[in-house]
Design a protein around this ligand. Structure first.
Ligand code: COA
Ligand code: AMP
Length: 638
């Protein structure tokens, strides 16, 4: 029997009491004056008046409680061959020393610090050191190009940037330092300094006066015996900013606070993930994404767990057995990753031959999120692993799951294709365009009733107005998730697609609008469209169409290649835009809206209807021919 229904009802009847009780699992310097104050912030704020420190709760309190010798982070890097076990004692020492280094370089409480790093433990050290002194970190995914980094520099206006000399992708070393230098060059805002972790695969050249060597800084602080203490922060002070794709090329700076975030994450570790302190939790993601923030770094450490920091890929580093090796070697109790990772493993090793080489009996549960988990993949993983596979749904903005099968509260029956039910904190509805509730089983916009729970974004970084406009105005009284789905007769939620131009490529959230902005900047391009089509491995991949300016008589194939390259340069390889096609015209409505959805349906081999408002139906035939000429019609679906 699951306690879920009782606990959800408890939350619903008295949310403040529910979260106040969850807050007792956190150490506070000062308790809240008000658990929730509806009169401050955009929709209210949690734990108003409370004081706390996130780093203290992640490290110091565990050391005080006797966890000092337990591994806090296990770094396992099949791509470099490196492994390192960092105890809570050692992590506390390194974080306090590095935090002293940040202060030495002039970083103060409230200053922003950008972290642009690969999957090395120093990325977590940098985040925790910022949290310790109340600096606001903003981690930028290493796969983003200088232009994207520059946009974030200009919005966050960091005092300092922490980076590494390189990241490593299969078959190639990516020198980060030139990318960082270029981003600083492009950005209008200039940080005072950088700290660079030198990696032997590609040491970086340092700019005298501006760039500081990570190891040198630590050594300098250690020789002085300098360590920084935790500062007491307001629960509502920002812990971090994480930029995520919006509907335009301008990323949204999702702000996260200290108090509510700790309460929600700590609660989720047991209630959602069924994990106990001291166990090993592995989120196979990247610190650059929200999953990495919440469940590589903060969640496991707040809960006194051991977190795995994995620098590798599910396949090819060295093979499709690496996940099983990590689980058995480090005794992982639960793994969290994106369905794409399992599709990649299934493709390489469909019969699970490599799986048979490892004892993974320590693993109790597999969690999937980041994109729709297709029932085939879930069933394959379930059969292989012999453990429950939990699809759960959340987004950068929420910071922790909105819907899940709550393992710690007692599992509910699994329905393939559904992330199960709304968690305490979330009243989820499905509504039509006018905000009226849809009938059971009917597809509509998925919305969350205000106020949002602890841990959810309180606002966008220094932009309350954009926060309101982007999320709170379409459906008054609700937060708009921009996902479409339905709720069935048992209250199970099904998330089917996005309602905006965001696509999910290999679990990475990308804006097709952002890619269109890049294609439109090509001098020969008159207009363009980017849309996501189904892909067996990555879930979705973007494809682009360009209409060339009149009078351009260069080889279109050349221009197509330049467009692909331009997106790699401006957004980064992670955009995964590999196909750009020249078209004579784009199909539009009479009011000039490009029919992206219809093109995607044609490509995916789905049924589609001729839109009543189409300007010229013949253009859809032309586009179908272009897609067919590239073998892109319905190849992506079975
Ligand atoms: N730094 C630099 N480049 C990066 C990068 C990083 N951190 N991460 C990805 N890239 C590059 C890749 O090398 C690739 O470059 P290429 O076009 O030159 O080959 C490109 O960005 C696209 O990457 P990706 O979409 O990840 O495709 P892939 O073929 O390299 O790998 C998977 C496919 C399925 C193995 C991979 O996407 C994966 O491991 N996914 C797991 C899911 C995941 O971690 N999701 C995060 C949210 S939970
Ligand atoms: P991100 O902010 O990068 O975490 O991406 C969030 C988006 O990913 C959501 O708005 C959904 O569109 C999608 N997503 C995340 N988890 C799931 C899931 N379990 N099922 C379907 N879509 C999901």
């Amino acid at each position: 029997m699951s306690d879920y229904h009782k606990i959800y009802a408890d939350w619903k009847s008295d949310p403040e009491n529910f979260w106040q009780s969850a807050a007792t699992a956190i150490d506070w310097y000062k308790p809240a004056d008000k658990v929730f104050d509806p009169d401050v912030g955009v929709y209210g704020r949690w734990f108003v008046g409370a004081e706390c420190n996130t780093c203290y709760n992640c490290l110091d309190r565990h050391v005080k409680d006797g966890r000092g010798e337990q591994a806090a982070i296990i770094y396992d890097s099949p791509i470099t061959g490196a492994k390192r076990i960092i105890s809570y004692d050692d992590l506390l020492e390194e974080v306090s020393t590095f935090a002293a280094g940040l202060k030495d370089l002039g970083v103060k409480t409230g200053d922003r610090v950008i972290v642009y790093m690969p999957m090395v433990p120093e990325a977590a050290v940098a985040m925790l050191a910022c949290a310790r002194i109340g600096a606001v970190h903003s981690v930028v995914f290493g796969g983003f190009a200088p232009n994207e980094l520059a946009t974030r520099i200009d919005d966050a206006k960091p005092k300092l940037i922490i980076s590494a000399s390189c990241g490593i992708e299969p078959g190639r070393v990516i020198a980060y330092k030139p990318l960082l230098d270029e981003a600083i060059e492009i950005a209008a805002h200039k940080p005072d300094a950088t700290i660079v972790l030198q990696r032997q695969q590609a040491p970086a050249e340092m700019k005298v006066g501006r760039d500081h060597d990570w190891a040198g800084l630590l050594q300098k602080m250690r020789s002085k015996g300098a360590q920084a203490d935790c500062v007491s922060l307001k629960a509502t002070d920002p812990l971090y900013i994480l930029y995520t794709s919006g509907t335009t090329g301008e990323p949204k700076g999702v702000e996260r606070d200290n108090g509510g975030h700790m309460v929600a994450l700590k609660w989720s570790m047991h209630a959602v993930y069924g994990i106990e302190p001291g166990e090993v939790f592995w989120a196979a993601s990247d610190v650059g994404w929200v999953v990495g923030h919440s469940y590589i770094v903060y969640g496991p450490l707040l809960h006194g767990c051991t977190a795995i920091m994995f620098e590798g890929k599910p396949v090819g580093t060295p093979d499709a057995g690496v996940f099983w090796r990590i689980i058995s070697e480090h005794k992982v109790a639960a793994l969290f990753t994106a369905p794409t990772a399992f599709r990649a493993i299934k493709k390489e090793d469909p019969d699970g031959k490599l799986f048979k080489n490892y004892d993974v009996s320590c693993m109790r549960t597999l969690f999937l999120a980041g994109e729709r988990a297709d029932p085939d993949t879930i069933q394959w993983a379930e059969n292989l692993l012999g453990v429950p596979v939990i699809d759960h749904w959340w987004q950068t903005e929420s910071g922790w799951p909105m819907a899940s099968n709550p393992v710690g509260l007692g599992m509910l029956p699994v329905k393939y294709g559904s992330p199960t039910v709304a968690l305490p904190g979330y009243k989820i509805d499905v509504v039509d365009d006018s905000g009226y509730k849809m009938a059971t089983g009917e597809l509509g916009a998925v919305v969350v009733k205000l106020p949002l729970p602890p841990g959810f974004l309180p606002t966008l970084w220094q932009n309350d107005e954009r926060f309101r406009q982007s999320y709170l105005t379409t459906f008054p009284g609700y937060y708009e998730t921009a996902d479409a789905g339905y709720i069935d007769e048992d209250g199970y939620l099904f998330i089917m697609s996005r309602t905006d131009d965001i696509i999910n490529v290999a679990g990475h959230r990308l804006s097709t609008g952002g890619m269109e902005e890049v294609l439109a900047s090509h001098p020969d391009v008159a207009e363009c469209a980017v849309l996501g089509i189904a892909d067996k491995l990555k879930g979705q991949v973007p494809v682009g169409f360009v209409v060339l300016k009149a009078g351009v008589n260069r080889d279109p194939a050349e221009i197509e290649k330049e467009c692909v390259q331009l997106v790699r340069e401006k957004i980064g390889a992670v955009a995964a835009l590999r196909v750009v096609m020249n078209a004579i015209r784009l199909p539009k409505t009479r009011s000039g809206k490009i029919l992206r959805g219809t093109i995607a349906k044609i490509a995916d081999g789905q049924e589609w209807k001729m839109p009543a408002t189409i300007d010229d139906p013949a253009i859809l035939d032309e586009i179908t021919e272009v897609l067919q000429s590239r073998g892109l019609v319905a190849v992506a679906v079975e």
